[in-house]
Design a protein around this ligand. Sequence first.
Ligand SMILES: [Mg+2]
Length: 271
Amino acid sequence: MNFPPADAMTRNIGKPFPGVNPQSPQEMRPGRAFDFGAAAFLLDIDGTLLDFAATPAGVLVSASLQASLTKLWMKTGGATALVSGRLLEDIDRIFAPLELPAIGGHGAEIRSQIKQKALPRHPPLLDERIRRDLMALAEKGVLIEDKGYSMALHYRLAPQLKDRLERAVTAMLANFNPGTYEILRGKCVIEIKPRAYNKGSAVLELMENAPFRGRNAVFIGDDITDQAVFEILPKIGGTGFSVGALMQGATGVFAEPQDVRRWLASIVDGA
Ligand SMILES: [Mg+2]
């Protein structure tokens, strides 16, 4: 697959459609088929496929995105996966009735094929003290999400609390061995998770399983947690695109989630 050079895509930031097409750097070329038989798509959800909502539960999956993902999954022989900090249960809920292979909980859960249970994994659970101390940070505008393996503090409804929350979380984790947990500072979210795994390690594992094995990975992500995937892409010969800003390791950038959705729709419909 030939991908456009990073600068060609970066120049398109903010324009109605970035013209991202792995097979035609300049413009979409109708009639040229994408080589789905050799590709695997790995797609972050929030901020990549979906626009952010006021709360994590408020996101919307349109019928057209459902249709694009279904076609993508079929054309790639099942090698299309969602890669998210959300748990699989939550991913399935928001995309229902569509169920796709997925990496959930930042890599705590991996499901390489649908109708198959997630691969048995034993990620370390959070220390009860962390759970208790984070719950104590609850206040108006702060939504605390307990994912079992990790905890997230969403402050999109009260962005002025960002610094105070970050200081509190940093101070709290200072009581633990620095190698045990990490703080992920995302877009209006602070998350605490064990260091033992991340989206990158999970993608490496997913790519060893059918139907992903041996395919060219195309990853799209937008946030700090996706950096771990961009870092491992060279190991698997994959190609990455970021959303919003050009991230290190990305070949190009989409301006917004709607551009990602438009691009996916265009390639699955044979453009
Ligand atoms: Mg994201």
